[in-house]
Design a protein around this ligand. Structure first.
Ligand code: HEC
Ligand code: HEC
Ligand code: HEC
Length: 137
């Protein structure tokens, strides 16, 4: 190889290097919203709970798709059987109450329940009867 072709090869390598760096930077910056968002619930609104509250009645993975069914079960067993105590998967007890249990931890209904429901286009009709916080009693 002559000196000329060698330096042309070197230029090509340099260009390739620049392209690779460019691509790495581009995809790195482009993906920030994805990995930065994953710590706060990923592709939904941020979870808001009262300070100092521990885990939910069940795992987040269970609650996200099943909370409406759990609430239905709670209502049915309270109204039909007057059974007001829920025991979760790890043996902890909770009162089966929308206002006193769920909204005690998720005390900011607007920023938690409503924000996600608005985002998903869901409108639960519960609040014409149930209070959204105990302070309103
Ligand atoms: C003891 C406090 C507490 C109670 C009671 C409670 N939660 Fe939670 N809830 C939490 C916490 C803390 C999280 C976040 C869990 C996590 O990040 O792993 C959560 C998560 C959730 C999620 C998942 C949110 C998401 O973005 O995936 C839903 C839905 C939910 N709760 C609804 C309810 C409902 C409905 C009730 C009543 C049946 C309830 N919670 C009762 C503390 C509570
Ligand atoms: C992370 C998002 C998210 C959060 C947070 C959330 N929900 Fe929901 N909720 C949904 C979705 C999505 C549906 C509709 C599911 C369906 O149509 O099957 C729903 C449905 C419901 C329903 C049934 C409504 C109906 O008309 O069938 C009730 C009741 C309910 N949610 C209560 C709550 C309460 C109470 C909280 C706060 C403690 C809460 N949700 C927080 C996403 C959420
Ligand atoms: C027409 C009025 C009305 C509406 C609307 C309504 N409820 Fe109720 N709900 C009641 C009454 C009355 C009770 C019985 C209260 C008791 O015995 O403590 C009850 C009890 C419950 C209970 C158990 C006790 C408690 O304090 O939470 C749950 C859970 C419940 N309802 C969930 C829901 C959910 C979820 C919705 C919306 C999808 C809803 N309810 C809509 C009237 C209503």
């Amino acid at each position: 190889m002559s000196w000329k072709t060698l330096s042309r090869e070197k230029e090509k390598m340099n260009d390739l290097f620049k392209i690779v760096i460019g691509l790495v930077l581009f995809f790195g910056l482009f993906s920030i919203p994805f990995w930065a968002g994953s710590s706060s619930g990923g592709n939904g609104p941020e979870i808001v709970v009262k300070e100092g509250t521990e885990a939910c009645v069940e795992s987040k993975e269970f609650m996200r798709p099943n909370h409406m069914h759990l609430l239905d079960q709670w209502r049915d067993s309270v109204v039909r059987d007057n059974d007001r105590v829920y025991t979760n998967a790890s043996g902890k007890h909770f009162e089966k109450s929308l206002t006193k249990t769920c909204l005690n931890c998720h005390s900011n209904k607007e920023e938690f329940c409503d924000r996600c429901h608005d985002y998903m286009g869901v409108k639960p009709y519960c609040w014409s009867c149930h209070l959204s916080s105990e302070e309103q009693i």
